[in-house]
Design a protein around this ligand. Structure first.
Ligand code: ZN
Ligand code: ZN
Length: 260
């Protein structure tokens, strides 16, 4: 089960890191998680076929997680997409997505359907199932209603679990979601010296991300959503997380293919 980071930055990007987003894929389809930047170009740069993108999950309404959606929808239409694109989000996030559709207006002009699916703010909700994997969501603790995701895949020769925190402060629901995962992708917006700011803004420090990984018993921790002033100093976050987590901690590269 490969996955890629289309971006790894917090809300402000830098020349080396774009806003955090993920591509998850099986043999048949690609699921996008969050949609900043130029998503269509990222899909191409990742070596994926944009027409294989079946679904987009939008974790929350903050600008750095949604602003590429009109561009993705428009590009797919101009490129001749005919198959339905499924979009999943909490009701709070859906208001923004419907606003995008009205603003441009995209839906009526596109040669394909966009189906919006409301995700309830409920622990362990099954968002979608593909032939290779199942994705469940759980509310996490952030400045806007938000969901963390747990992806369990079971295909010939490959089984495992990836959990993505999205933007959050450490919280019991995320800990439960992450329990026993092979890979925990966790935000680490700040260093622990900024713990007060992290708590106020609904974010996590490198040290706290390590604590979550340790308490949840995950095998491997990948950090993301780094504040721009830490770009070039990500190893400090990694070192912090290694103080609280006994397993391997990685700073991911954008558009590199990862496996469990
Ligand atoms: Zn964010
Ligand atoms: Zn956010």
């Amino acid at each position: 089960m490969p996955f890629q980071f289309f971006g790894t930055s917090g809300a402000v990007p830098s020349p080396g890191r774009d806003n955090t987003a993920l591509g998850l894929y099986s043999k048949d389809e690609v699921v996008l998680v969050d949609c900043p930047g130029s998503p269509y170009q990222k899909i191409l740069k990742a070596g994926l076929d944009p027409m294989r993108v079946s679904s987009l999950i939008v974790t929350h309404r903050h600008v750095d997680h949604v602003y590429g959606i009109p561009s993705l929808v428009h590009n797919m239409g101009l490129a001749g997409r005919r198959t339905t694109l499924h979009v999943y989000a909490l009701a709070d996030t859906m208001k923004i997505l419907r606003g995008f559709m009205d603003l441009f207006p995209l839906e009526a002009k596109m040669p394909y359907r966009i189906e919006l699916h409301d995700v309830p703010a409920k622990e362990g909700h099954e968002v979608l199932q593909t032939r290779g994997f199942t994705i469940r969501s759980t509310p996490v603790k952030h400045g806007a209603p938000n969901i963390g995701l747990r992806l369990e895949f079971d295909s010939p020769g490959e089984r495992g679990t990836i959990v993505y925190s999205s933007d959050t402060s450490p919280c019991p629901s995320l800990l439960a979601l992450a329990r026993g995962a092979d890979v925990l992708i966790h935000e680490a917006t700040f260093l622990h010296s900024d713990a007060a700011r992290a708590a106020a803004d609904g974010h996590t420090t490198g040290y706290q991300a390590g604590e979550v990984a340790e308490q949840a018993g995950v095998k491997r921790l990948l950090l993301c959503h780094f504040s721009a002033d830490l770009h070039g100093r990500e190893d400090e976050l990694r070192q912090e997380a290694m103080r609280s987590f006994g397993g391997p901690v990685e700073i991911p590269e954008e558009l590199r293919e990862y496996r469990i």
